[in-house]
Ligand binder design. Structure first.
Ligand SMILES: [Zn+2]
Ligand SMILES: [Zn+2]
Ligand SMILES: [Zn+2]
Ligand SMILES: [Zn+2]
Ligand SMILES: [Zn+2]
Ligand SMILES: [Zn+2]
Length: 227
């Protein structure tokens, strides 16, 4: 069986997430990231609004196929919703695997690393909870004058709480050359030299793949070299 890749991140497709339109080409991490971080509930392939999606292991032609989403519980609550089915409320995603459900759930956990750090050692183990990514962003910029990189937020496959925090100047340096203090040493940066810029729109993209997709969609593709 040929290995398939996620149509968005191009990584090996191990867990697929799909809605009632049935496009089973995108990995669960990419789908959950869009639903959670950008509140974008459209299918990445056909742009249909998908109120719910289902996450299951990808087995090529043998991947579990659900065409009738009305068989799912109609008013689901967070957690196990019967049999071997779990539901993640914030993203409206059903899972047929418990470990995958808990992995995604912790990926979506929102807390302020800056506050958490300063509270370490103090008696209070009260952790601030945030309703949404926007809420956390507001808190970071007002309380700490810190910012997450919005490109890394969508593009980097890490938990939200693992995102790096930048001051305004550091963020600009991170985007243009990738070598701000926060980005760390040369080895920690792993060849990262900033987010590539579209010369036409003067807008940065997460990486070469994202820029290429943008260029071929919004601008042109050269017929000779496909660039
Ligand atoms: Zn993906
Ligand atoms: Zn679709
Ligand atoms: Zn904080
Ligand atoms: Zn970034
Ligand atoms: Zn452009
Ligand atoms: Zn060319």
């Amino acid at each position: 069986m040929e290995e398939s890749c996620c149509a968005v991140c191009a990584e090996n497709l191990e867990w697929v997430a799909y809605g009632f339109c049935g496009h089973r080409e995108v990995c669960s991490t990419c789908v959950v990231r869009l639903r959670f971080i950008l509140a974008d509930r459209r299918c990445c392939i056909c742009k249909t609004q998908c109120p719910f999606v289902f996450v299951t292991k990808e087995f090529g032609d043998y991947t579990k196929t659900i065409t009738d989403f009305s068989t799912f519980p109609s008013d689901p609550k967070e957690g196990c919703v019967g049999g071997s089915l779990w539901y993640h409320e914030e993203t409206k995603v059903f899972f047929d695997d418990f470990n995958q459900y808990t992995r995604i759930k912790s990926m979506c956990r929102l807390s302020c690393t800056s506050c958490d750090k300063s509270k370490k050692g103090s008696k209070s183990n009260h952790r601030l909870r945030f309703k949404s990514v926007e809420h956390l962003k507001d808190h970071l910029s007002h309380q700490h004058k810190l910012h997450m990189c919005s490109l890394c937020l969508v593009g980097r496959k890490v938990f939200v709480c693992e995102q790096k925090l930048f001051t305004k100047d550091q963020l600009n340096q991170h985007i243009s050359s990738g070598d701000s203090e926060v980005d760390g040493s040369e080895s920690e940066r792993g060849g990262f030299t900033g987010h590539p810029m579209c010369e036409f729109c003067k807008r940065p993209f997460y990486g070469g793949n994202e820029l290429y997709t943008h260029m071929s969609r919004e601008h042109y593709t050269c017929h000779i070299c496909q660039r």
